[in-house]
Structure formats: structure tokens, C-alpha cells
Ligand binder design. Structure first.
Ligand SMILES: CC(C)(COP(=O)(O)OP(=O)(O)OC[C@H]1O[C@@H](n2cnc3c(N)ncnc32)[C@H](O)[C@@H]1OP(=O)(O)O)[C@@H](O)C(=O)NCCC(=O)NCCS
Length: 146
């Protein structure tokens, strides 16, 4: 049996390792424990696909916005390119719509054409320019240098 946790470990090798990296990661991104729901694809008892959904409320230009976030999207390496990520992301987006999020916002590498295609087929478009934002601590987070 492959658990959801084991699937995430198998798929993401760039998890923060030091305490400082972990602090920075938590400041910039939602923590998985903050997900309000998630979509899980199962094959028998094995977890083979996953997407977490977040709905933090942020303030933008003085207005409260419910931001629908997607994270930890992954598919078991042996089962890729058969639509599993598409299915779990679609299910997570349905939950974001039901939660009345003002917008849905996946964070991905927009220089990777495969990722642009994956999210593009679900209606997402890359922002037209890099953007920065304030992390939970108020620290300015800039996009990674290309
Ligand atoms: C990225 C990832 C989630 C894709 O999962 P998947 O189940 O293979 O994706 P899908 O089968 O739903 O792909 C749908 C479409 O996205 C595009 N796509 C997905 N992965 C791609 C890749 N590695 N290269 C090029 N295009 C890709 C293709 O257009 C694909 O359609 P096609 O197979 O008909 O050409 C998977 O490779 C993964 O778990 N990677 C490691 C974790 C990761 O990087 N997650 C992304 C976080 S934003």
C-alpha cells in the first residue's frame, strides 16, 4: 500500500531540509496542514495522484480576497501522462469553486511548457509578468531568478 505521504515523498525531492529553508517555505507558501481539502487518486489501496486545495483570505488593495490555492500536485512516477494530475486538479478546482474563492491560483514553473499545458487545459493562464508578494511574516517574496 502506497500512502499519500509516501506518494508525496516519492514525487518531491526538493522539500526543505534545513530549519531555515523550512521557515522560508512556510512563510512563502501554504502549509499542507492548512489545506481545507484535497483530491486523492487511488489505484486499489495505493495513492497515485494528489492535489491539495487552500483558501486563505488575503488583503489586496484594502479588499479581502479569498485566494484559492493549489499545491502538492503530483502523480506517481510509474503512472504519469495518463491524465491523473488533470483529474485531481480538476476535482480540487471544483472544491475551490464550491468554497466561493475569488480566484484560483496554482504556483508552478511557467518556464516549463509541460506545466503550462497541464494547467492551461484546465483554463489557467500564466501571469503576463513576474510578480512579488508579501509572505506571512511581511517579508517580500520575489520570483526565483530564471
Ligand atoms: C507534473 C505532474 C503532476 C504531471 O502529472 P501527470 O499525471 O503525468 O499529468 P497529466 O497526465 O494529467 O498531464 C496532462 C498534460 O499536461 C502536460 N504534461 C504533464 N506532464 C508533462 C511533462 N512531464 N512534460 C510535458 N508535458 C507534460 C501534457 O500536455 C499532458 O497531456 P498529454 O500527456 O496528453 O500530452 C507529474 O509529472 C509529477 O508528479 N511531477 C513531480 C511533482 C511536480 O513537479 N508537480 C508539479 C507541481 S506544480
Amino acid at each position: 500500500m502506497l500512502t499519500q505521504r509516501a506518494l508525496l515523498r516519492r514525487c518531491f525531492h526538493d522539500r526543505p531540509t534545513t530549519e531555515e529553508q523550512e521557515r522560508e517555505h512556510d512563510d512563502r507558501f501554504c502549509r499542507q496542514a492548512d489545506a481545507f481539502t484535497y483530491a486523492l487518486a487511488l489505484y486499489g489501496e495505493d495513492a497515485i495522484g494528489f492535489a491539495a486545495a487552500y483558501r486563505p483570505t488575503i488583503t489586496y488593495r484594502g479588499r479581502a480576497i479569498r485566494l484559492g490555492g493549489l499545491g502538492d500536485v503530483c502523480t506517481d512516477p510509474g503512472r504519469r501522462r495518463s491524465g491523473i494530475a488533470t483529474a485531481v486538479v480538476r476535482a480540487a478546482v471544483t472544491e475551490l469553486q464550491a468554497a466561493e474563492c475569488d480566484l484560483a491560483y496554482p504556483c508552478t514553473d511557467v518556464t516549463n511548457p509541460g506545466m503550462v499545458r497541464l494547467y492551461g487545459q484546465l483554463g489557467f493562464v500564466p501571469l503576463s509578468r513576474p510578480h512579488s508578494y508579501l509572505g506571512k511574516s511581511g517579508t517580500l517574496c520575489r520570483p526565483p531568478r530564471q
